[in-house]
Design a protein around this ligand. Sequence first.
Ligand code: KE4
Length: 433
Amino acid sequence: MVTGQNLARSQALYARAKERIPGGVNSPVRAFRGVGLDPLFMERGEGPFIYDVDGNRYIDFVGSWGPLLLGHNHPVIRAAVLAAAEQGLSFGAATEAEVRMAELMTSLVPSLEMVRMVNSGTEATMSALRAARGFTGRDKILKFAGCYHGHSDALLVKAGSGLLSESRPDSAGVSAACAADTLVAPFNDAIRVEELFARHHREIAAVILEPIPANMGVVLPEEGFLAHLRDLCSASGTLLIFDEVITGFRLGLSGAQGRCGVKPDLSAFGKIIGGGMPVGAYGGKREVMELISPLGPVYQAGTLSGNPVAMAAGLAQLEFLASHPEVYNTVDRLGDMLFTGLKDILHRTGASCTVNHIGSMGSLFFTNETVRDLESAKTADTGRYAAYFTYLLRGGIYQAPAQFEALFVSFAHTEALIQQTLESAEDFFRTFC
Ligand code: KE4
């Protein structure tokens, strides 16, 4: 239990970090600006727990933002990484592990005929878009407000995640010319999408979306929305790209596309396929992927793409999931216990919040509106979220330090830990709401 919270070493490290690293962090959302606190510096993870540099232990619902479906420091993943490292860290040459990863991913996801490894989700979505533009010969892309696809220029338009916690959905430094080819529609707004297709008929190379967004908080696609996008894209020669960096292999072995029954032309992956190491991937139809260099004219490359140690981590996690599919029953059941439990607490305490969830991921929004897109998500009271975050943190529960993110349950979490979290949440709502 964390009381009083000695944070001396985090504070000292933060003071040093701010001198040499922008904002003291290597990724904005880690700065805790979304909750008005100084960032914690973490030192160790074990199963469902993460430990800060002052020795405080937390039940971890961030899970490195999604990769750790099996929890921190899983013995199977650790052993695979150590064994791979014994052989060498990087060769800049093809290795067997990359072949096994490509064969495993394409065997699990029906829409994946070919796949290319990269080093991050940003690279995966950026490269998938380039493949779509190369395949169609078109320039425009259509994304959805509040979806976050990493920080490539064309996609930093009305983006989610850390940009929302900085209350600006666009980034400085993205040229007007670049942004001009990016069309934006509200998520779940099929009519607006139809209008954009009508106006830019056969100019749109790709529609890219998180099929189940998690970067404005978790938002669920309304009945028929994904299928309608599929039909619109098929009718106009536009490629449908699912960004499954979060949902891939979290919502099942064939991700959100398997759960929703809609087949994209290309998909982007990351997080879980790296087992905690830097890995991304993009892939899909063979006729598109065969345009990728060295086969075709769409260039894409990476010094550490398919890195053998990273492949070992990702393969260890994916092979474990493929041979233990019951993991999904467990994480979905624990996710349901957490998010349904939160809904019951809101009902009992009359707190004006709403919960969106699916499987082992979900979000608690401090608004009583139905959250179905970015505009409704932004009605959330981020100040009250910050108070909730801080209260639970003091109780030893670590959630996303920002309202517009997701909570992630792992295979390492237990019913007792979910119950402890629910009791802390109920204490908060009974005390402050
Ligand atoms: P990376 O480049 O951070 O590996 O992946 C970018 C990305 C792409 N697509 C989706 C759906 C994503 O969620 C992400 C990154 N997710 C954020 C958390 N929402 C990463 C955390 C961070 O930015 O530090």
